[in-house]
Write a protein that binds this ligand. Structure first.
Ligand code: ATP
Ligand code: MG
Length: 381
């Protein structure tokens, strides 16, 4: 499937999932002249506002998948928890990226970590807990640690910090006895991510590395260029390429890293899609991560990834909305000539829900960060 004839506008492109990532994909594809069909069961899916067609059905609904296969020239997805078998079925009829196999790997922390190691890359020390018997292993090398469910975790959900073997066993039971990984808690200097686009084995491009700061387990701020050694940033980019290669990945792949106190890079996890830490590419790069997704699925060369300006991206969670659901005060942010607001059109603001983001572009990353933080303070006033 890696090399098919380039798909050109105004072809119809399909995407499984219509959240904010699907929305920004749809805007990019529509801007380029493609048409878009979104499959998402939610009638208010953020992407539906811009899509030509919204198939409101489950991700394994056979009639909807058949319609996608019949009407779309290529298909992608915006999140890893769609049924990998849906993607495998679609792939028999139409070019699909990423592949169902790559999705299946990214869906499961146990497989994901095994693949990272197989690619010759480092992960945190971890123990796969497939069944309750695996808790009989010596857990000491992984403590203090974090117990993470193997499947369906995001934004820090499905994770419990554990200090002792007794706590680890109790947490495993609390999580319902499902497959988990026990991962050693590492001393982090910071966290970075690298997003790679691979259209085929010869066409690979990596975006500048972002430095990511989290609050309550959710990405809060991305700073680009990352405030790390140039050599370390280059190494992260190289590791992302190496992993995409090992997976024979087609599409956009995000790789999250821990930078350890000693300067060592360890892969935390991957996302088989554009990533929250790559939103900055819309405002600050020659090509956005969403345009890259279009390009990769259409068999086009990835676009150039040059950073046009230092930039800071700030996530806007529902917490910033007023208690009665009223809008934040956008007035100051909207008047800043170097800030760009992106709202996802979600109707209900809930704590922790990703409602939008903004980017601030400035001469230096430090300057952008300072201004971005000052702007955040104006939203509650
Ligand atoms: P998301 O979907 O937001 O990326 P997630 O639920 O998949 O989150 P992880 O990326 O595994 O969760 O972990 C969330 C955050 O918790 C990490 O970005 C990091 O700050 C912290 N964390 C996770 N694992 C470790 C670890 N082994 N050592 C130190 N910190 C960790
Ligand atoms: Mg993560």
């Amino acid at each position: 499937m890696a090399s098919h004839k380039p798909i050109l506008p105004p072809a119809m492109l399909g995407i499984l999932g219509g959240g904010q990532l699907g929305r920004m994909f749809t805007v990019a594809a529509k801007t380029m002249g493609y048409r878009v069909t979104v499959l998402d069961p939610d009638g208010n899916a953020p992407a539906a506002e811009f899509a030509d067609v919204h198939l409101r059905a489950a991700y394994n609904d056979h009639a909807a998948l058949k319609e996608l296969a019949e009407t779309c020239a290529a298909i992608t997805t915006e999140f890893e928890n769609v049924n990998a078998d849906s993607m495998r079925w679609l792939a028999q009829h139409v070019p699909v990226s990423p592949s169902g196999d790559c999705l299946a790997i990214a869906q499961d922390r146990i497989q994901e970590k095994a693949w990272i190691r197989k690619a010759g890359l480092a992960t945190a020390p971890y123990l796969a807990l497939e069944t309750v018997e695996d808790l009989n292993h010596d857990l000491a090398p992984y403590l203090p640690g974090i117990l993470k469910t193997a499947r369906l975790g995001y934004d820090g959900k499905g994770q419990v910090r554990v200090a002792t073997a007794v706590e680890a066993r109790a947490a495993y039971a609390d999580l319902g006895g499902q497959p988990c990984v026990l991962e050693k808690m590492l001393p982090l200097a910071c966290e970075v991510s690298a997003i790679v686009t691979r259209s085929n084995p010869h066409e690979v491009a990596v975006f500048p590395v972002a430095e990511n700061r989290h609050a309550k387990g959710i990405l809060d701020v991305s700073i680009v260029p990352a405030q790390v050694d140039a050599a370390l940033a280059a190494q992260a980019q190289q590791m992302a390429r190496q992993l995409a290669e090992a997976l024979d990945y087609i599409g956009v792949l995000a790789v999250e890293f821990f930078v350890l106190d000693g300067g060592e890079l360890v892969i935390n996890e991957i996302a088989p899609r554009p990533h929250n830490s790559g939103h900055y590419t819309i405002d600050a790069c020659v090509t956005s991560q969403y345009e890259q997704q279009v390009r990769a699925m259409c068999g086009l060369h990835p676009g150039r990834t040059d950073l046009l300006s230092p930039v800071v991206m700030v996530n806007l969670l529902g917490d910033v909305w007023q208690d009665d659901g009223g809008e934040p005060n956008w007035a100051v942010l909207m008047q800043a000539p170097n800030a760009h607001l992106h709202l996802y059109g979600k109707r209900e603001a809930r704590p922790g829900r990703k409602m939008g983001h903004y980017c601030v572009l400035a001469d230096t990353a430090a300057g952008a960060l300072e201004q971005a933080e000052a702007l955040k303070d104006t939203l509650g006033t």
